[in-house]
Ligand binder design. Structure first.
Ligand SMILES: N[C@@H](CCC(=O)N[C@@H](CS)C(=O)NCC(=O)O)C(=O)O
Length: 289
């Protein structure tokens, strides 16, 4: 590979491009193999992994349960995206975009599929009447920040993270472009959080749940080894908010669900019952509990 590249007239798929995700990236959609999804006993079936996009939803579900919304009981099934589980026929039927998280709401007469983490958060917020203000101005503010996250995070992950940490060569132009954008995004949040306790005002909402797993982790230097490079300690209001959200017990639990790496005690690869947090974490399983 050289750093000079003249695109051919028509792009062709180079399967050996050496990128970090070369084994799962494809230019075509659809299933690669037949595989039914498991369905458990609860009204909500979640198929996910504890990446930032997955954590948004497990935090929301744990917050709803903490509020006493028993209808939010859920089975969380592990989808290992590194080995291509997202291309199984059952998963593709729930999310034709083959990405976690995906939700099947089986509480009514007909299952409802929901994909895209933002859509899942709104579905749950509306279903349970929580974490999405009903006052029109507050609701609009919450939705604006929720959609801000959906539009912004791809520049953080697919842009900055990809070129800073994963691309097989370091391209100054790409890293510079996305570092600038990510710092701008952090500044947007920092200014908002200088004036507001939570992202969308004085209430904790699905906007916090969507933004925290990405920009909270980034502000603590936990994403892509880019903390020092981006001087994340400058964003004091983001750090204040990140620490405040991290203190919520439901957030602590939500982060563990569908986690299959890191400290064994922090992993709950599948969640089918509230007691699983005590009984089924990686350390307990290893000890033969
Ligand atoms: N906009 C989507 C993004 C979902 C997404 O990118 N999920 C990643 C993990 S964080 C994934 O499943 N990647 C697998 C793949 O690209 O094959 C959402 O918010 O739900």
């Amino acid at each position: 590979m050289t750093d000079e590249y003249t695109p051919p007239k028509v792009w062709t798929w180079n399967k050996e491009n050496g990128g970090r995700f070369a084994n799962i990236n494809r230019p075509i959609a659809g299933a690669t193999h037949d595989k039914e999804l498991p369905v458990g006993k609860h009204p909500l079936q979640l198929y996910s992994l504890a990446t930032p996009n997955g954590v948004k939803v497990t935090v929301m579900l744990e917050e709803l349960l903490a509020l006493g919304k028993t209808g939010a009981e859920y089975d969380a099934w592990l989808v290992q995206i590194g080995t291509g589980n997202q291309f199984g026929s059952g998963f593709v039927a729930v999310n034709p975009n083959s990405k976690i998280p995906a939700l099947l709401d089986v509480s009514g007469p007909k299952p409802i599929r929901v994909f895209e983490s933002g859509a899942i958060l709104v579905h749950l917020a509306e279903k349970f009447g929580a974490f999405l203000p009903t006052d029109p101005a507050k609701r609009a503010e919450c939705m604006s920040w929720l959609f801000w996250q959906m539009g912004s995070a791809p520049y953080l992950g697919g842009g900055f993270g990809h070129f800073y940490a994963y691309a097989p060569i370091k391209i100054e132009y790409a890293i510079d472009r996305f570092a600038m954008e990510v710092k701008r995004q952090l500044d947007v949040l920092d200014r908002q959080l200088a004036e507001n306790k939570y992202i969308a005002g004085d209430e904790y909402t699905i906007a916090d749940m969507a933004i925290w797993p990405w920009y909270g982790a980034l502000s603590k230097g936990l994403l892509y080894g880019g903390g020092e490079f981006l001087a994340v300690e400058e964003y004091k209001n983001v750090i204040r908010w990140t620490d405040m959200i991290a203190e919520r017990p439901a957030v602590d639990r939500g982060r563990m669900v569908n986690r299959a790496w890191g400290e064994p005690a922090s992993q709950l690869p599948e969640r089918h019952d509230a007691s699983d947090f005590q009984l089924k974490t990686g350390d307990k399983i290893a000890a033969g509990a």
